[in-house]
Design a binder for this molecule. Structure first.
Ligand code: DGI
Ligand code: FE
Ligand code: FE
Length: 192
């Protein structure tokens, strides 16, 4: 599937506002890839498709988790908002015939992150958080950090997300904590 085809699929799968968000994520991911590296074609394809499942119903996504052995059942204990990233990667594979693991994992982990993220995962994860349509103060701070250091910026977004979710007493998926700890430990080792 080339980019033009992927954009066409996404234009139909998403509402206009979400489609505009997607285009900004692709632009932002391209800038990050130019700065930090990673496979730019795979990053762009993952960015185009990252919210593919955003408008699937909770019932459909929860059902997919129950039926697909590659999806952790624990996902069902967290907010349904979380499901679109994990389930989306499975739908992208099965419905759009995309088999590339770099692309699929960048979609899968774009919401939570995880320990030992690939460069492509980090770029899509961060681009989603800092695209210019995100105007809350934490996104702006993180956007500035993204010009200096990819890992520091990823950690900042994880800190903010964990703070935001815990303030609202929303469950935090373990991959989010594992990503946070992984960046803290790696940055500490790098600094010292
Ligand atoms: O899909 P987007 O809106 O572009 O952004 P996203 O994929 O980062 O999704 C954001 C939503 O996901 C938001 O409602 C908060 C939620 N979320 C992010 N991390 C976690 C989470 N929800 C739970 N329960 N646990 C998490 O760790
Ligand atoms: Fe998303
Ligand atoms: Fe998004």
């Amino acid at each position: 599937m080339n980019e033009k085809q992927a954009f066409e699929v996404i234009r139909h799968a998403l509402k206009p506002r979400r489609y505009e968000h997607t285009k900004r994520v692709v632009e932002e991911a391209t800038l990050l890839a130019e700065r930090y590296g990673g496979d730019i074609e795979k990053i762009r394809l993952a960015a185009i498709l990252h919210d593919y499942a955003k408008y699937r119903s909770s019932v459909e996504m929860r059902d997919k988790v129950l039926k697909d052995s590659t999806l952790p059942i624990a996902l069902l204990d967290y907010g349904d908002e979380l499901l679109h990233s994990f389930v989306g990667s499975v739908f992208v594979k099965q419905e759009l015939n995309i088999d590339d693991e770099i692309v699929l994992s960048a979609i899968r982990y774009h919401t939570t992150g995880r320990a030992s993220m690939t460069l492509e995962e980090k770029v899509v994860f961060l681009a989603d958080y800092i695209e210019p349509g995100r105007t809350f103060p934490e996104a702006i701070t993180t956007r500035e950090l993204s010009k200096q250091d990819l890992d520091v910026a990823c950690l900042e977004s994880l800190k903010n997300t964990i703070g935001y979710l815990s303030n609202k007493s929303i469950g935090i998926y373990p991959d989010t904590f594992q990503a946070y700890n992984d960046f803290v430990i790696k940055l500490k080792k790098r600094g010292g």
